[in-house]
Design a protein around this ligand. Sequence first.
Ligand SMILES: [Zn+2]
Ligand SMILES: [Zn+2]
Length: 298
Amino acid sequence: MKCKICGREAIVKLRSYNLALCKEHYVEFVKRRVEKAIKKFKMFNKDNRILVAVSGGKDSIVLWHVLHSLGYKTTGYFLNLGIDEFSMKSQEIAEEFAKKFALELKIEYLKDELGVGIPEIAKISRGKPCSTCGMIKRYMINRAGLKYDAVATGHNLDDESSVLFGNILHWQVEYLDRQSPVLPRDRSLARKVKPLVLLTNFEIKFYADLLELPYIQYKCPFSTGATTYFYKSVLEEIEERMPGTKVRFFLGFLENKKGFSSPHRELKPCKKCGYLTTAEVCSFCRLKERISSQFIFR
Ligand SMILES: [Zn+2]
Ligand SMILES: [Zn+2]
């Protein structure tokens, strides 16, 4: 197997593109896919200041690495969720990465904000804390991102196509309308971008391993994500038989999206914090109230 670009020994074959590549040209390929997404969806330019939400997982680490090596102005943001060992290890990885590339990393602790971490929140929430945790992350990342031109997150093609798949299966038209690689700035909502949307899980992991980037190997102890994993595995099976389906599915949706527009939700500032919400008080402020009524802080 020879690299299609230079003819040297290839180390990977990408069936979706019918492309074999050597190490050097694989790294180039990943960077080009990111650059393509940034340009295609008009995410940001080299003068903009980008806050990269870093969890310590492979996606956000690769995102930060690629944006930095393409010459974008990046600052990392890490939110410590207080999930014992998992959060400490994730933070160490984010710090190690920032130090290695001499990049600025902002760290916030959920405990400073709420007095408790995710394990305590899990005790007072019915079922799995994942959706509450997701809401908290969106809120905190958004707030930190308001000082920047855009907030970049590590959502990849598998994440986006599986979410799309789920939303179509259940015809959640309202969610379809909001699914986009770019969400523009709207008053207290920061601009949100997903530069990894044209890269799969495999392609991102391969890049991280090839360049020996540090990333957290194990999953959050609370995560189950059963439905998402199921959708991902279904799409993976389709991809096996018909390489390139995932990317065509996702890009095709974006091209035909107008047909799915739903009436716009009226967003207004939360009475407590000003964050845009559909309710009087946003979910984050409601959680805060719930926590202060259930835990007594000294
Ligand atoms: Zn090559
Ligand atoms: Zn609020």
